[in-house]
Design a binder for this molecule. Structure first.
Ligand SMILES: [Mn+2]
Length: 443
């Protein structure tokens, strides 16, 4: 449609037009009637249950999810990677892509950088561009799971846990540099995920590996500015297949507690063994005030990195139910968690995938917000198992999409972001601007 009008010379000069709120508004107008009917019907139902609609809309608008800088290129696996063209070649391009998603969804107001894949050459310039797109810098991520070009010492047998002090020092130094880069951009936290572990029984002294990891983390922690947080991510297996040094939430909690008050656990939905009760982990960590961050994705078998809500939307809702309960009953001063999408769309256009994930997250949050918490507590106290289940499923089965759309519309976003994205043929425009062959940095 855009190309047919001949309205653009190059995508660069018209880029802002895509982001222009008037353009989104104009598109919204075409479908406003139907949306209004859907929203009115839902509002009535929710009001009859005693829910405060303006408050719900406000709470939804407040939920902003960071997009990681590695999520904007073509996804794939170690077996292959299939590009769709128009990938961002630079950090500037990546910020523009997140800005585009944010303008459509009004829910991706932050970007999370991966160092060294996305080291800003001129932090001030990058900061200004992000501000122009309405974005802040969320947690910065370090990388000691692969060797960098011309790196003399290797992480082949671990980084923060390595038997050699020289290797550990290198990894600690890298994390300190990541903090410094983040500080120049206005980030307030660092996420440490380690691939450290062993592939075969006997390979590693597991007790000493954990001990060395703690010492290394404490050194990194000592470098944190006073208003920063350190998030410690855990994962049970992969890339190591016999043991992972930080294998579960308990180990992460132990390390965070030993480091100090600025250290927290980070829950990545994909980093659990099948059927793990993740909502229970959330409940426990919030009880202790140690839930710092959250990585969203979905999975069928393992760390599949599928689109949020694609496989287990009920689990996502149950997790949000614990998060909402935890935030409403915050006796341990758990900080507001940092939210990030950590998925790899694989065969999808990454921008479309991110739009879907953002929608699934806000929807699960909305469902959790309408749970009648006092009735649920009453049912629990009476051991009315059936009623407790009914209360949860009533919220989960209420179609809250019109509420999520209205929250977005009122913030200046699109009622149907995916539809606009496709109608405006944004991917095609990106291909015309950036070409078919460009490859984004990342794995
Ligand atoms: Mn993660």
């Amino acid at each position: 449609m855009f190309a047919a009008t001949g309205a653009y010379v190059s995508f660069k000069t018209t880029f802002i037009m895509y982001l222009d709120q008037d353009r989104i508004k104009k598109y919204n107008l075409k479908i406003l009637d139907q949306h209004q009917k859907d929203f009115d019907y839902l509002s009535n139902r929710l009001q009859n249950k005693g829910l405060d609609i303006p408050l719900l809309l406000h709470q939804l608008q407040e939920l902003q999810i960071a997009v990681p800088s590695w999520a904007l290129g073509a996804g794939g696996t170690r077996f292959g990677r299939f590009s769709m063209g128009g990938e961002p070649a630079s950090l500037q391009d990546k910020i523009n892509d997140v800005g585009l998603i944010h303008s459509l969804t009004q829910s991706a107001g932050a970007i999370s950088l991966h160092i060294p894949w996305d080291v800003p050459k001129n932090p001030e310039e990058i900061k200004q561009l992000a501000a122009k797109r309405g974005l802040i810098f969320d947690a910065v991520n370090s990388n000691t799971f692969q060797d960098q070009a011309r790196q003399e010492l290797s992480y082949k047998f671990g980084s923060l846990c390595h038997t050699s002090k020289e290797v550990r020092d290198l990894a600690v130094q890298h994390n300190k540099e990541v903090i410094d880069i983040g500080e120049a951009l206005g980030s307030k936290s660092i996420t440490v995920w380690l691939a450290d572990g062993s592939n075969f029984p006997g390979q590693q002294n597991m007790r000493m590996a954990l001990h060395r990891t703690l010492e290394s983390l404490q050194e990194i922690y000592a470098h944190l500015p006073s208003d920063w947080k350190m998030f410690i991510e855990y994962k049970p297996y992969e890339p190591n297949f016999y043991s992972t040094v930080i294998q579960d939430w308990g180990t992460s909690h132990l390390l965070a507690t030993e480091c100090g008050e600025q250290a927290f656990c980070l829950v990545d939905l994909g980093h659990h063994l099948p059927n793990t009760n993740i909502e229970q982990i959330v409940a426990t960590l919030m009880w202790r005030g140690r839930l710092g961050g959250f990585h969203f994705n979905d999975s069928k078998f393992g760390d599949d990195d599928l689109t949020v809500g694609a496989i287990k939307p009920y689990q996502l809702f149950l997790i949000f139910n614990e998060l909402v309960y935890g935030m409403n009953n915050n006796l341990s001063n758990n900080p507001a968690p940092a939210w990030m999408i950590d998925a790899s769309h694989n065969v999808k256009d990454p921008l479309e995938d991110l739009i879907q994930s953002l929608e699934a997250i806000r929807l699960a949050y909305a469902q959790a917000l309408i749970v009648d918490q006092s009735k649920l507590e009453e049912a629990r106290n009476k051991n009315d198992v059936v009623l407790a289940q009914e209360i949860l499923q009533d919220a989960f089965r209420t179609d809250l999409r019109p509420l999520v759309r209205e929250a977005r519309r009122q913030s200046g976003g699109a009622i149907h972001p995916l539809e606009i994205y496709r109608t405006l043929e944004i991917r095609q425009a990106l291909i015309e601007e950036r070409g078919m062959d460009v490859q984004s940095t990342g794995l």
